[in-house]
Design a protein around this ligand. Structure first.
Ligand SMILES: Cc1ncc(COP(=O)(O)O)c(C=O)c1O
Length: 390
C-alpha cells in the first residue's frame, strides 16, 4: 500500500488526500501556490498576438462549417473514423503553406512536442536541447529513448562542443537539435542558420515555432520558413497562439510524418482534434495571407513599446519581439509589481520559478492587437511609475 493510503485520520480512516494537501500547504508557505483567476484588464498577457481568437472571420468560418454539417467531434482516432475531410484538407493546405512535404495535426503544441520527441529520436541518438526549451520538450525528453543533453541557451558553440564530445566517445547515432525559434519567456530568437548547419552534419533540427507562427516570416510562416522543406528539419506550428484557435501541426518530410502516423502513440491512441479546429486553422492561414496589416500593426506595437521603455526605464533591456520579459529578480517583488499593474487595469502577469530560473522572476509583457497603441503607451507610463527600486 502506498504511503498516502497508509496515513490515517484520528478516527482511523485513511486520509487519502493528505499527501496532496501537504504539498499544497508547502506551496502556500513558499507563496508559490497557484490558482485560476478570471480574465480582467487590457490584454498584455495572452498569446493571441494578431487578435485572431475573437475575430469575426474565424467565427464566421466555424458557423459556416457547422451549417454545412461539419461535426463538432471527430468521434474517433485519426487511424479509425476520426479522420475527416476537414483534417485532410487542412493538413494538405498547411503543408503547402509552410513549404513542407507533409503536415500532421495534434490537439495542442504540448502533446505535439511530446509526441515528436518520444517518437522520432531513436535509442543510440542524442537529443540536444536548448536549456530554456518548453516544458513539453523536457517531458518528451524524459519519456523518450534518446540520450539527452542540454546546451546553454542560444549558444551554438556549446551545442557543437557537446556533439563533438559525444562523437569522440564513439557514438554514431543521429543528433536531434531541439530549439524554439522565439523563446516563450525570453522573447529572443534562436540562431537557426548555424544550428541548421550543425544539423546538416549530424542529424536533425526540430524547431518549435509556437511564438513565431503567424507573426514572422513571409505570410507569417515563421522564423524557420527558409529551412522548411529540408529532409532533416521538422517544425511545430501551434494553432493556439497567433492563429487564434487550438491545436498544433508538425510539418516535415513525408517519410517522418508517415513514421509518426505509424509509431506515435499520442497520435494513434487519441481521439482526433475537433474537425472544427481544422476549419479554424485553415481559415487562419487564409487570414495570414489576406491581412498582412495585422503583422504590421503588431510590429508597430513592438517599436512603440520598445522606444517608450528605453526612454522611461533605460536600465531595462527590451527583447525586440512581441514578448517582452522585464526581469525584476526576486519573486515577491515581481508578483507585487504585477498585482499593482493589474490594479491599474492592465493584464500583465508575473512569471517565476519553476517556469523561469531562480532569481529571474519577471513580468512577461505580451504585445497583442487586443491592446491599442494608446494602451501600449499607457502601460509604459504605468511601468515607469510603479517600477520598484530594488
Ligand atoms: C514554446 C512552446 N511550445 C509549445 C507550447 C504548447 O503549445 P499548446 O499551448 O498549443 O499546447 C507552448 C505553450 O505555452 C510554448 O510556449
Amino acid at each position: 500500500m502506498s504511503d498516502h493510503l497508509r496515513r490515517e485520520d484520528s478516527d482511523g480512516t485513511a486520509d487519502r488526500l493528505s499527501v496532496f494537501r501537504e504539498q499544497l500547504d508547502g506551496l502556500t508557505r513558499q507563496t508559490r501556490r497557484r490558482s485560476l483567476v478570471a480574465r480582467a484588464g487590457i490584454d498584455f498577457s495572452s498569446n493571441d498576438y494578431i487578435g485572431l481568437a475573437g475575430s469575426e472571420r474565424l467565427a464566421d468560418a466555424l458557423r459556416d462549417a457547422l451549417n454545412n454539417g461539419v461535426p463538432v467531434g471527430a468521434a474517433g482516432s485519426r487511424l479509425l473514423r476520426g479522420h475527416t475531410d476537414p483534417h485532410a484538407a487542412f493538413e494538405d493546405k498547411a503543408a503547402r503553406f509552410f513549404g513542407t512535404e507533409a503536415a500532421l495535426g495534434f490537439g495542442g503544441g504540448y502533446v505535439a512536442n511530446f509526441a515528436v520527441i518520444t517518437t522520432l529520436p531513436q535509442r543510440g541518438d542524442l537529443l540536444l536541447m536548448d536549456a530554456l526549451s518548453h516544458a513539453s520538450t523536457h517531458e518528451g525528453a524524459r519519456a523518450g529513448r534518446a540520450e539527452v543533453q542540454l546546451f546553454r541557451h542560444g549558444d551554438v558553440d556549446h551545442a557543437r562542443d557537446l556533439i563533438q564530445a559525444w562523437r569522440r566517445a564513439g557514438n554514431t547515432g543521429a543528433v536531434w537539435i531541439a530549439v524554439e525559434s522565439l523563446y516563450s519567456m525570453d522573447g529572443d530568437a534562436a540562431p537557426l542558420d548555424q544550428l541548421a548547419e550543425l544539423a546538416d552534419q549530424h542529424g536533425f533540427l526540430l524547431v518549435d515555432e509556437a511564438h513565431a507562427t503567424g507573426v514572422y516570416g513571409p505570410d507569417g510562416r515563421g522564423l524557420a520558413h527558409h529551412l522548411e522543406g529540408r529532409e532533416n528539419v521538422l517544425t511545430l506550428h501551434t494553432l493556439g497562439k497567433a492563429l487564434g484557435g487550438s491545436g498544433a501541426l508538425v510539418c516535415g518530410a513525408k517519410c517522418l510524418i508517415d513514421f509518426m502516423i505509424n509509431r506515435c502513440r499520442p497520435f494513434i491512441f487519441a481521439t482526433a482534434p475537433s474537425p472544427l479546429m481544422a476549419v479554424a486553422g485553415s481559415e487562419a492561414l487564409d487570414i495570414l495571407r489576406d491581412e498582412p496589416w495585422r503583422r504590421d500593426a503588431l510590429r508597430d506595437h513592438v517599436t512603440v513599446f520598445g522606444a517608450e521603455l528605453s526612454r522611461r526605464l533605460p536600465q531595462l533591456s527590451v527583447s525586440g519581439s512581441q514578448i517582452v520579459p522585464l526581469i525584476v529578480g526576486p519573486e515577491s517583488a515581481t508578483m507585487d509589481l504585477a498585482a499593482r499593474i493589474q490594479q491599474r487595469g492592465f493584464d500583465v502577469r508575473g512569471i517565476r520559478p519553476p517556469t523561469v530560473p531562480e532569481g529571474t522572476s519577471r513580468l512577461r509583457v505580451s504585445l497583442t492587437l487586443n491592446a491599442t497603441p494608446a494602451d501600449v503607451i499607457r502601460l509604459a507610463e504605468t511601468l515607469e511609475q510603479l517600477w520598484p527600486d530594488l
